[in-house]
Structure formats: C-alpha cells, structure tokens
Design a protein around this ligand. Sequence first.
Ligand SMILES: Nc1ncnc2c1ncn2[C@@H]1O[C@H](COP(=O)(O)OP(=O)(O)OP(=O)(O)O)[C@@H](O)[C@H]1O
Length: 606
Amino acid sequence: MAVFPQRLDSPLAYAIAQALMDGFDRHYRLFRLESARAKERFERSDWHGQQRAQRERIEFYDLRVREASQRLETEFRAHEQPMEVWQQIKLHYIGLLIEHHQPELAETFFNSVTTKILHRTYFHNDFIFVRPAVSTEYIENDEPAATATYRAYYPTRDTLHETLVRIVDNFRLQCPFDDLQRDTGRVLQAMAARLAQVKLRANFQIQVLSSLFFRNKGAYVVGKIINGFNEVPFALPILHREDEEAGRLVIDACLFGEDELQMLFSFARAYFMVDMEVPSAYVQFLRSLMPRKPRAEIYNALGLAKQGKTLFYRDFLYHLRHSSDKFRTAPGIKGMVMLVFDLPSFPYVFKIIKDHFPLQKDTTREQVKGKYLLVKQHDRVGRMADTLEYSEVAFARERFEDELIEEIRRHAPSQLEISDRDGDGKEEVIIKHLYIERRMIPLNIYLQEAFDAGAAEQVDRAVVEYGNAIKDLVAANIFPGDMLWKNFGVTRNGKVVFYDYDEIEYLTDCEFRRVPAPRNEEEEMSGEVWWPVGPRDVFPETFGPFLLGNPAVREVFMRHHADLLDPAFWQSHKERILSGHVFDVFPYDADKRFGNHPPVREEQAA
Ligand SMILES: Nc1ncnc2c1ncn2[C@@H]1O[C@H](COP(=O)(O)OP(=O)(O)OP(=O)(O)O)[C@@H](O)[C@H]1O
C-alpha cells in the first residue's frame, strides 16, 4: 500500500490527469454523436447505414485509448514517471471527476490507458480504479438546455389516450405516423387491459426515458407505468411501414413486464444506439425495469461494452470471494476447437482456444478469433450469444479441479501458466486468452432430458425453436456452419441460441448446391461424398442424416422446417440479401404485433 500523499505537488501529474480526461471526453463526445445520429438514419430508413454505424461504433473505444496512451508517451514520457507521480495522477483525476456526468466510464478509460503503460504489479487501487471512486448516484445535468433522463406524465383514465399521443410526439420524429391515433389507441387497449380492475392511486404516472433506443430497423420508447407500489415496465417498438406507404411510421406492439423487456435487451442482440448525457442514470432506470439483469449487461446493451466488461469482472471477483466451489470442465460434449469450463455457482462459461485441432477442423487460432470478432460486430438477432474477451486472467489454483488443469495442459498448454505471479505465496492459474459468455443448457442435453422425462411437448417446442433460430440467423446473413444440436443452447426464457462460431460464414459467401445425381451404381451405393465439393459449397439435402436420427425429432422438424433441407430456401435468402434487402428480426413474438390480429386483444381484455 503506497502512503497517501499529503500534497498534490506534481504539476506533471495534473497535466497527465488532464490529458487523460481530454482523451475520455473526446471518446464520449464521438460515441454520443454517433449514437445520436441513429435518429436521422432511422428517419431516412438508412438500414445499411444503421448496421454499419452499430458495427463501427464498437471500434471507437480502442482507437481513443490508443490515441491517449500515445499522447501520454510523446508529451509526458509517461512510462518513465515514478510511482509517486502516478499516484498523484489518480488523485487529480478523481478531482476532475467531481462534476463529471460519466465518471464511471471515465474511470474505466483511465484504467484502459494506464494499464497499457504501468507494469501489472501496479494494477491495484492506489494507481488504477479497481473499485469506483466517484459515485454515480443522483447525477443531473444542470445546464439550462439539458433534457432530464426521463419524463413523467400524470394522466387520468380520461386523458390516458392523449397522454400516449404526447409521449410519442415528444420524441419529434421527423416522419409522419401512418395513424398515430389508431396506434396509441391500440397501446391504450393493451394498457387498459392491465389497468381495468385496479384503482388508480395518487401517484399514478408514466415515466419514459427521454431518448429513443435505436437498433436495426426499429426505434423503441422505453418506460414504466407506476401505480401505488406497482411498477410495470413497457416498451413501444416504432417501425416504418414496409408496404407502399413506406416512410410512414407505425407502433408495432406494446411489450410489457420484465420478461418481454429482457428479450428486447438480450445479450444475444446487437447493442442499442441511445443519446445519453448521464448513462448511469439510464442504467439505474433500466435496472428498475429488469432488476435481475446484471448492470454489466445493461451497459453492454447500451453499447458501453468496456464498462460492461469492467463491471462483469468486478462482479466475478466478488463472486469468487464469496463462493467455494471449483472450476470444472463444462457439462456436455467436448469441443474440438474450444476447451470450455465453468464454475457451477456462476452462470457463465469460459472458453479457451485449443492449441491443436483435429484434421476435419481446417482452421487456426487467428481464424477462430476472427469468427468471434465477426459475431461481436454483427447483429446477433437474439440467436448468438455475446462474448467478453479477456487476456491474462488469473484465478486461484486451489479453485481448479486437477482434471481441468490436466485438460488445459493437454489441449492448450500455450495458454496456461501456473505461478505465484503476484508474490503472495499462493499459486495462480493464469490463462492467456479466453472468452466468457452466458451459460445455457446445451440443446442436446436439454432434448435428452425432455425425452427421459417423457415431455413430448417440450421436445417439440425445442425442435421448432431450433429451426427458428437457424432461420433468424439466415435472415441476418449468417450460415452457422455446424448445426448439430450440441452447438446450440437453451436460455432461461426457453430461447434457442447458437454458440459455436468457428465455422460461421456469411450466407452470401456460401454456394448452396443440390447433391448431383449419381452417374453409376458405384456412386449410388457409396456412403461417402463422391461428388466434388468446393471450399464454400453447402449441400442442405445432406443435413438430415446428422440431425434427424430420432423419429420424433424428425417428425416435428419436417412439419415446421423441411425447407431448411432445400437448397432453394438458402439460395433465395442469399439472393434477397445480395439485392440489398434487410430482413426484420423482431425481438418479440409475432403474436405481439398489432398488425397480426384485430385491434381488440381478447386474451388481454379477458
Ligand atoms: N454458452 C454455453 N453454455 C453452456 N455450455 C456451453 C456453452 N458454450 C459451450 N458449451 C459446452 O462446451 C462444448 C463445446 O463448446 P463449443 O461448441 O463452443 O466448442 P467447439 O470446439 O467450437 O465445438 P465443435 O467441436 O462442435 O466445433 C459444447 O458442446 C457445450 O457442451
């Protein structure tokens, strides 16, 4: 522990702290500008632009960190500065954060830059922000022109409809609604069904976040209805009409409650674009809607992925201190490319790329990393799990099962170091590079358990969901490559999500072909592939034997998803994507869409 300096007497320390602050402020200004532009792209129906921006914004952070660390070196010879100066840099920086509107992000930025410069023995709270120093509570933007984080509306039963119109109008979207009265009428009916039997209390109000949430082809109003002690989260997706009335907006649905909001904010979807002055206030509001969603995942969903990563790691260390179980090989069929382990008490898995792959996996470590990066930057359409990437992660040796250490030593020795790196007399397992993602139940295990329990309906539902997952991936221009059951997982909400990325390709890079007719008896009788196969050739007719050995599975699959075995299905999607079409993939069930049923929703009115 360094001694607390009684005076901040280094002008250089102040200058370095200020340079770091400038670096962060520049980052957040650009991040925010790009996020705010999502509104214009939405108004112009510039879907390719929206997806490009979503992808490119992910790169901003690393670029700004690199700029800032270069500046520190060239202007201040940062790495030559003694540790007394570094300690003062942190204290000055804390001073600069007192009136800051994004202090938690600025602290993380400080860590990102300084850990590039300092030796890892100094990665503790004297020099970097291992824990936050500045509170994010009750931050307000007091500038005269500032918009508050959320707006509150106080309707009565009689003014509810006009209030809904005002809520939507206040976003000042520069496109006309097809029929805002009709749409808010539908929202009103959906809400009224929930309010019909209840007495409206003195505090009855609707709170709505002041910025819209943009992603792909949608804009979302996010808020909550408060009545007495009850709070009901809701979200309104706003879309463009697809037909001849293009350029006109519709409210497509009204989503209610924690589960539907969780679907919208899922870790398996692309990050939102939101114009926020005080992001921590957005996180706090969103957390009140989804109390069981970790704050780390909410920051991720808002595109603040580095903050998500920081918080996840803090949560993880905290969990380790307050648990005693051991890391073990993850249940399920082992991967050929990835070595996967987990901690039973913690709902995530850890994946290491193996050093050697079997012959049928014609790939390299760099290619595998490239595929994971592709997924990170792509729209994950609710069907591909997001991954956090870490390097040099240290765990206590005593928390590892010996068999797991042996397995890592056998399959990924280059990734493993066992030593007492921090010199505290305890051995550590240091993993050079790993991915962390949400744990799911592997679909093969899920199906097996359902069979064993005789739960035919559950089997049916999972098989249908599996086909839906593949079709959503197709719509997003992703060919999963390896579609075996074991490469998909089932989430808490029963959604099927893909997690094996090493064979992923863009659909538009694949050739979907029919199996040619055999030319002679020998070819016909051959159990092997006798026809020539190019590197990007895919033969959908051959999927069946791998997937559909079980008659019950085969029956449901063929009833709902026989088209997946037809090359024409894949080819037609490929052609539509090549012609510039961006498919809609809705983060809510089709039966929620207003257009899909008559205005009065019986099941809710009941
Ligand atoms: N998110 C997850 N949740 C739960 N289990 C997982 C998860 N990811 C992977 N697994 C388990 O680890 C195994 C291997 O993972 P993964 O499919 O990513 O590896 P792989 O080497 O790419 O596989 P393959 O050999 O099919 O290419 C899976 O079969 C599954 O049992």
